[in-house]
Structures are given as structure tokens and as C-alpha cells.
Design a protein around this ligand. Structure first.
Ligand code: ATP
Length: 224
């Protein structure tokens, strides 16, 4: 049986705005190596909140989270930042590329931050990742000058630069046309075939139908 790469136990999340809102209610789930999981559900049901917790970006919750066998709940911010940079790749709908930097520079940054590669190695590896996304010919262009679909592919190359085994994505195709959505799906599909694990929030039923598993959320709980 495939190993669980991520296990969440009874996650509860509260916001104070200023009254308390109980957004996630005892969410437990397990994701195995090589799974392609889509989180779906109506607007406001807690999908992004859950993804932020699972990706360790938000640490203010009750419950426990294990990733790659490590209990990440309770790690201090430094250890967590290092853990994240090494194990998890992030793709967001609004990709958060630095527009005044080139595609190549954006992709290299997380590698330089992790510090395993020197600048020349990081550049070569970033070019390789851009090539996998068919974006190498745009490597020296400012990311702010690329189309939305191209920027999203650069964002995926950036997410993959440290070879994380887990990729988390929040509406990765949310602002893309059907052609670019299909390109992103095929990239994800290939990543899963290579043994990576993908957890993504999406509103796109066609996209989700082609994944391995759909987690349907409602009112801060996983219903199925
Ligand atoms: N920082 C915050 N402060 C207060 N409330 C918040 C905050 N972030 C989210 N919420 C509330 O938590 C609930 C869940 O929000 P969340 O963004 O997780 O929903 P979602 O299912 O991802 O929605 P969408 O599909 O519209 O992106 C909503 O009621 C939202 O208003």
C-alpha cells in the first residue's frame, strides 16, 4: 500500500473578525504518495483555509499535521520555513511572481534560499525546470511581461525547483482559458506519474474529474 505523505488529525481553525468564526471543524484526512487530490466545495466553505494549514503556511490551528512522517505542528518558524522550502511546492492562482525579475530569476530564488546549489547550478537547474514547462525560450523575459498562462507555468517551475515531493495549489487554473487549463492539467498529471503528490483547491469540475480523488467540503468539514 502507498505510504501516507500527509496526515491531518482533527484540524480546527478559528478566525476572530472580531467575533469568533469556527471555519474548520475536526478535519482529518490522509493523502498517499502519488495521489492527485482536488479539494472542492462552495465558496466560503473553508478550502483555502484548509490548504494553508496543510501547506504549513498557517500555524494557528488546533489538531496535528504530519508531513513525510514529521510532525510539523509545533515546529518553530525557522524550522518550518526550511521544511516548507524543501518539501512543498506552492502554486497559487495569482502566482506571486516578482514582476520586475525575469522568469529565470523567479525560478532560481527558492533554490538560492535553500542553499544546496550555487548560483550557476541554480541557474542551470532553473533552465531545466523552465524547459519542462516549455518556457525556456522566455527565461530572460521579465515575468510581468508574460501572459497569464505563461506566468503560471513559470510559477510551477518555481514550485518544482527544489524537487519537492508534494505540490499544493490554490485555484491554479482559476484565471486561465481552457487551453492553458489543459496545459496545467497535463503538467500536473505528468508530475503525479513521476511519483509526486498534488493537493489542489479547484472550482473546475472537469479538472477535478480527471484527478485521483475529490474531497468535497461543506461548512468547514470534509463530507466525502
Ligand atoms: N483572514 C480571515 N479573517 C477572517 N475570516 C476569514 C479569513 N480568511 C477566511 N475567512 C473566512 O473563513 C471562511 C472560509 O474562507 P476560505 O477562503 O477558506 O473559503 P474558500 O472555500 O476557499 O472560498 P473560495 O472558494 O471563495 O475561495 C469564510 O467565511 C471566510 O470569510
Amino acid at each position: 500500500m502507498a505510504q501516507a505523505v500527509l496526515t491531518a488529525e482533527k484540524l480546527n481553525k478559528y478566525f476572530y473578525d472580531p467575533a469568533m468564526i469556527h471555519v474548520l471543524h475536526d478535519v482529518s484526512l490522509s493523502v498517499c504518495e502519488g495521489e492527485f487530490v482536488c479539494i472542492m466545495g462552495k465558496s466560503g466553505c473553508g478550502k483555502s483555509t484548509l490548504l494553508y494549514l496543510l501547506s504549513t503556511l498557517d500555524t494557528a490551528y488546533e489538531g496535528a499535521l504530519y508531513i513525510n512522517g514529521i510532525r510539523v505542528t509545533g515546529l518553530d518558524e525557522n524550522d518550518l520555513a526550511h521544511f516548507r522550502n524543501k518539501h512543498i511546492g506552492f502554486v497559487f492562482q495569482f502566482h506571486f511572481l516578482l514582476p520586475e525579475f525575469t522568469a529565470l530569476e523567479n525560478v532560481m530564488l527558492p533554490a538560492l534560499k535553500l542553499g544546496k546549489l550555487n548560483p550557476k547550478e541554480a541557474e542551470e537547474y532553473a533552465i531545466e525546470k523552465l524547459r519542462q514547462m516549455d518556457m525556456h525560450e522566455h527565461a530572460r523575459k521579465l515575468s510581468g511581461k508574460l501572459s497569464g498562462g505563461q506566468q503560471q507555468r513559470v510559477a510551477i517551475a518555481r514550485a518544482l525547483i527544489n524537487d519537492p515531493k508534494i505540490i499544493m495549489a490554490d485555484e491554479p487554473t482559476g484565471n486561465l482559458d481552457s487551453t492553458n487549463t489543459a496545459i496545467i492539467f497535463n503538467i500536473f498529471d505528468q508530475l503525479v506519474k513521476e511519483g509526486n503528490t498534488i493537493i489542489t483547491v479547484t472550482h473546475d469540475h472537469d479538472f477535478a474529474a480527471k484527478s485521483n480523488r475529490i474531497l468535497e467540503m461543506a461548512d468547514g468539514q470534509i463530507k466525502s
